[in-house]
Ligand binder design. Structure first.
Ligand code: ATP
Ligand code: MG
Length: 733
C-alpha cells in the first residue's frame, strides 16, 4: 500500500492501515486495549464501501452493544460524509431479531412475536414448572433458567440434550422442563433472548436455502470484541462465513484475550485460538500502540494483567508520548457512604475546573453498587445516567406501565395481563387468577378474553365485578385511543383510567412515589421517540439486554465494568476495590485461578477505559442491608505499581474539618479504629434550621421542609421537592 492515500486512512499507523486494506480472505486482529481495533473495523467498513467492493447491505458487522453499534454507524457516516441507513450493523441479538422477523414462520412463530424480558421469562418458567412440583427452595426457577440458557448458548435444543447432560439439577428433569417452556413460548407467540440466536441457527441448519441466501449476500463480515463470542454466536458466524465455492470468506474479527470477561455467559477464548483452524490461510495482524490512555495508566493496567498466567501474550506500548499523565489516585474511605460522597465531590471539583460531566464515568463491579452513587449524585444535583438497564427499564413502575400497554395492544399476552390485573388491587388475588387460568385453558382463550367473557355473561359476582369491569373497559378504551390518537396518549390514558397512577399518587411513601411518577413521565417521553408501540417494545427488549439509550446531554455515566467494554472516558472512577466485591465473593469462593483471572481481566478493562485520569476507591467498612461489614482492600490494589499511583486516606477527622483529603505517603492498612466497626458514626449536624431558605447550585432557592441528619428535604421554587445533602447548600440570609 502507498504511504499517502485517501483522507480516511490518514492518521492510521502502518499495521492499522494494513488491517483496513487487507480486505480479501479471513483476518484476525489480535491486540490490547485502546490500540484502535474498533477504529480499524469502522474504517474498514467505510473502505469497503468507498472502494466499491460491496453495497452497504452486503456487509455484516457485529458489535457487542447497541451503543457501540450506534457509535460505529456515526463514525461510518462521518467518513462517508452522508447518513447511512439500513446497514446490517448491530449486536448478535439485534441482527438475529431482524432475520427472525423474516423467517419466523419456519420456526412456528408469527412475524410479530414478542421478546420476553428476564422477569417474564422467570414468571413463565414458574408456571411451566408447576406440574413438576419441585421445591422452589432447592430448585430455584432462576437456576433452572440459567441451565436452559447455557444450553441455548450452545445451540442445544431439548431433543439434543442427553440424559448425561442433565444431571446437575432436579434429577434430570430440566430437559423436560426446557421442552415444555419452549412449547409454551410458541403458544404465546413469544421467544426469550436466547431464542433469537437459537432459532436462527436452527433455521440455518434446517433450511439450507435460507442460509445460502445470507451466505451469498454477505460478502464481508466484521466482528468486534471477538474474544467474547460464545458457542452459538461462533456457530452462527461460521455458518454465515462458509463459502460454497470453497474460497475463504472475507471475515475480519478483532479481539483481545485479556478482555475476555463473559465466560460466565458461555464465552470462550478458545474461539480466538480456533480462528486459524476454522479459517485456513487467515492473516493475523497485531496492533501494539495504545492511543487511548496516558503512559502511566497504561503501565498500571499492564502490570495488573501481567499477574495472569493464562494469556496469549501481547506487546502494548504507549502511543501517546505527549504526556506522562497524572498518577492513579487510590483513595481509602472509612465506609461506603463516604466513598459515594467523595466520588461526587471529586466530580464536582473536576466539573468546576472545566471538565464536562459527560467525560466522567463510574464503573462498578456489580449492579447493586450503582444505587449509592445514584443517591449521592442525585443529592448533589449532578446529572447522571445509568448505562446498562440497571435502572430505568428495570424499575417496577416502568415494567408495570409497559405491561399495561402490552395488555392493551395484545389481548393474548397473558404474562402482561397477569402482572397488572391486580395492580392496583382489584380483589383479584392468586386464587382468582388460578381459577381464571384454568377457565382460559378449557376455553382455549387468553386470560383477558376469558375474563371479558365471564364479565359479559355475568359470571363474576360481588363488588369486584364492577371494579374488574372498569378495568377491562379501560383496556379497550385505550385500544381505541391507540388507533385514534397514537400510542403515547394511549399509554397515558390506560395508566390514568386503570387507577395505576392514582395508586402511586396516594402512596404514603411520597418521596419514593414521586420518583416513580417521574419515571413514568420519562417513559412517556421515551415512547414518544418511536413511531409505534411495537417499535418501542422491540427497542427495550434489545436495550434491556445490555445498554441503555444514549443521551446527548452532559451526564456522568454509571455502569458496570462489563457494560463499559469498548468505551472510553477522560475520567474514570473505579469504586469498591475490596476483597469480596472486586474480586467478587463468588470468584473467591470458587477458589480456582480461572475465576480470579477473569476478575483481573475486568480490572484491566476498567483501568484501560480511562484516557486521562483514574481513581480507585475502597472503603474499610461497607453497608450490607442494615449492617456494617469490614472489608479489606482488593489484592488488585497491591498489584498496582507503586510509582504510578498516589494514595489518599479520607479520615473522619478530615471530613469534620471540612477538608476531604489527607495525604499520607503509604498508609497501606489505613483502617479506622476497631471501635467503630459495626456502628455508624453520627452525621455532623448541619446548622440549618427547618423552614430556612437555602440556595443550591443546581436547583436554585428553596425552603427546607424536613431534616434527617445531613439530609434535607427542600421544596425548590423551580424543581419542587428534592432530597439533598446539607453540605451542598448555603443559607440565604
Ligand atoms: P478496546 O480494546 O478498549 O475496545 P480498541 O482497540 O477498540 O480498544 P479504539 O477504541 O478503536 O481501540 O481506539 C482507542 C482510541 O485511540 C480512540 O480514541 C481512537 O480514536 C484512538 N486511536 C486509534 N488509532 C489511532 C491512531 N493511529 N492515532 C491516534 N489515535 C488513534
Ligand atoms: Mg474496541
Amino acid at each position: 500500500f502507498s504511504p499517502s492515500g485517501p483522507d480516511y486512512l490518514e492518521g492510521l499507523n502502518t499495521e492499522q492501515r494494513l488491517a483496513v486494506e487487507t480486505t480479501q480472505g479471513p483476518l484476525l486482529i489480535l491486540a490490547g486495549a485502546g490500540t484502535g481495533k474498533t477504529r480499524v473495523l469502522t474504517t474498514r467498513f467505510a473502505h469497503i464501501l468507498l472502494q466499491q467492493l460491496a453495497w452497504p447491505e452486503q456487509i455484516l458487522a457485529v458489535t457487542f452493544t447497541n451503543k457501540a453499534a450506534r457509535e460505529m454507524r456515526e463514525r461510518i457516516s462521518a467518513i462517508l460524509d452522508r447518513p447511512v441507513e439500513n446497514l446490517w450493523l448491530g449486536t448478535f441479538h439485534s441482527l438475529c431479531v431482524r432475520m427472525l422477523r423474516q423467517h419466523a414462520a419456519l420456526i412456528g412463530l408469527e412475524r410479530n412475536f414478542t421478546i420476553l424480558d428476564t422477569d417474564d421469562q422467570i414468571r413463565l418458567l414458574k408456571q411451566v414448572m408447576e406440574p413438576w412440583r419441585l421445591d422452589p427452595k432447592r430448585y430455584p426457577p432462576a437456576r433452572i433458567m440459567h441451565q436452559i440458557q447455557l444450553w441455548k448458548d450452545r445451540a442445544l435444543l431439548p431433543d439434543a440434550i442427553t440424559p448425561a447432560q442433565d444431571t446437575e439439577l432436579a434429577n434430570g428433569q430440566v430437559r423436560a422442563i426446557y421442552a415444555a417452556y419452549q412449547a409454551r413460548l410458541k403458544e404465546l407467540n413469544a421467544c426469550d433472548f436466547g431464542d433469537l440466536m437459537l432459532h436462527m441457527v436452527t433455521i440455518f441448519r434446517q433450511h439450507p436455502e435460507v442460509l445460502e441466501r445470507y451466505q451469498s449476500r454477505f460478502r464481508y463480515i466484521l466482528v468486534d470484541e471477538y474474544q467474547d463470542t460464545n458457542a452459538i454466536q461462533y456457530l452462527w458466524l461460521r455458518l454465515l462465513a462458509r463459502r460454497k465455492d470453497g474460497q475463504p470468506a472475507n471475515i475480519a474479527c478483532v479481539g483481545d484475550d485479556d478482555q475476555s470477561i463473559y465466560s460466565w455467559r458461555g464465552a470462550d477464548i478458545a474461539n480466538i485460538l480456533r480462528f486459524e483452524k476454522d479459517f485456513p490461510g487467515a492473516t493475523i495482524i497485531r496492533l501494539e500502540k495504545n492511543y487511548r490512555s496516558t503512559p502511566r495508566i497504561l503501565s498500571a493496567a499492564s502490570q495488573i494483567i501481567a499477574h495472569n498466567e493464562d494469556r496469549l501474550g501481547k506487546t502494548l506500548q504507549p502511543g501517546r508520548t505527549d504526556v506522562d499523565g497524572d498518577p492513579i489516585e487510590v483513595i481509602s474511605t472509612p465506609d461506603s457512604d463516604d466513598e459515594a460522597r467523595i466520588v461526587g465531590a471529586r466530580i464536582q471539583t473536576l466539573h468546576e475546573q472545566g471538565h464536562a460531566y459527560g467525560s466522567m464515568a463510574i464503573l462498578m463491579r456489580a449492579g447493586f453498587q450503582t444505587r449509592s452513587f445514584e443517591d449521592s449524585l442525585m443529592r448533589m444535583g449532578i446529572p447522571y445516567q445509568v448505562i446498562g438497564g440497571l435502572r430505568f427499564y428495570e424499575r417496577a413502575e416502568i415494567r408495570d406501565a409497559i405491561a399495561y400497554m402490552r395488555a392493551v395492544l395484545y389481548p393474548l399476552d397473558d404474562l402482561a395481563f397477569e402482572r397488572i390485573v391486580n395492580l392496583p388491587k382489584r380483589g383479584f388475588g392468586n386464587v382468582a387468577l388460578s381459577r381464571l387460568r384454568l377457565a382460559a385453558q378449557e376455553a382455549g382463550l387468553s386470560l383477558q378474553q376469558t375474563l371479558q367473557k365471564q364479565l359479559d355473561q355475568g359470571l363474576v359476582k360481588g363488588k369486584n365485578a364492577a371494579t374488574l369491569g372498569e378495568f377491562m373497559a379501560a383496556l379497550s378504551h385505550a385500544r381505541e385511543i391507540t388507533s385514534k390518537d397514537g400510542h403515547v396518549i394511549a399509554t397515558e390514558t390506560i395508566l390514568e383510567e386503570s387507577g395505576y397512577l392514582t395508586m402511586w399518587r396516594d402512596d404514603p411513601k411520597t418521596v419514593e412515589a414521586a420518583g416513580r411518577l417521574d419515571n413514568i413521565r420519562e417513559l412517556l417521553r421515551a415512547i414518544g421517540e418511536f413511531p409505534t408501540m411495537d417499535a418501542f417494545l422491540e427497542h427495550i427488549a434489545l436495550v434491556m439486554d445490555g445498554d441503555m439509550a444514549q443521551d446527548e446531554q452532559d451526564r456522568v455515566s454509571l455502569m458496570t465494568l462489563h457494560a463499559a467494554k469498548g468505551l472510553e472516558f477522560p475520567t474514570v472512577f473505579l469504586p469498591g476495590w475490596e476483597e469480596g466485591i472486586f474480586p467478587s465473593q463468588r470468584s473467591l469462593d470458587e477458589g480456582g485461578n480461572q475465576a480470579l483471572e477473569e476478575e483481573r481481566r475486568l480490572a484491566y478493562v476498567g483501568l484501560t477505559r480511562a484516557r486521562e485520569r483514574a481513581f480507585i476507591l475502597h472503603a474499610a467498612s461497607r453497608r450490607i442491608y442494615a449492617n456494617w461489614q469490614d472489608s479489606l482492600p482488593s489484592r488488585f490494589i497491591d498489584e498496582l505499581p507503586e510509582d504510578q499511583i498516589v494514595r489518599h486516606t479520607v479520615s473522619q477527622q478530615a471530613q469534620r474539618s471540612g477538608s476531604f483529603f489527607n495525604r499520607s505517603p503509604r498508609p497501606s492498612m489505613n483502617r479506622p479504629s476497631s471501635s467503630r466497626y459495626g456502628t455508624k458514626k453520627a452525621a455532623p449536624r448541619p446548622a440549618i434550621p427547618l423552614g430556612a431558605t437555602i440556595r443550591h447550585k443546581r436547583y436554585g432557592e428553596g425552603t427546607v421542609v424536613a431534616l434527617d441528619g445531613e439530609q434535607l428535604s427542600v421544596n425548590f421554587e423551580d424543581v419542587g421537592l428534592k432530597r439533598i445533602m446539607a453540605g451542598f447548600v448555603e443559607i440565604v440570609p
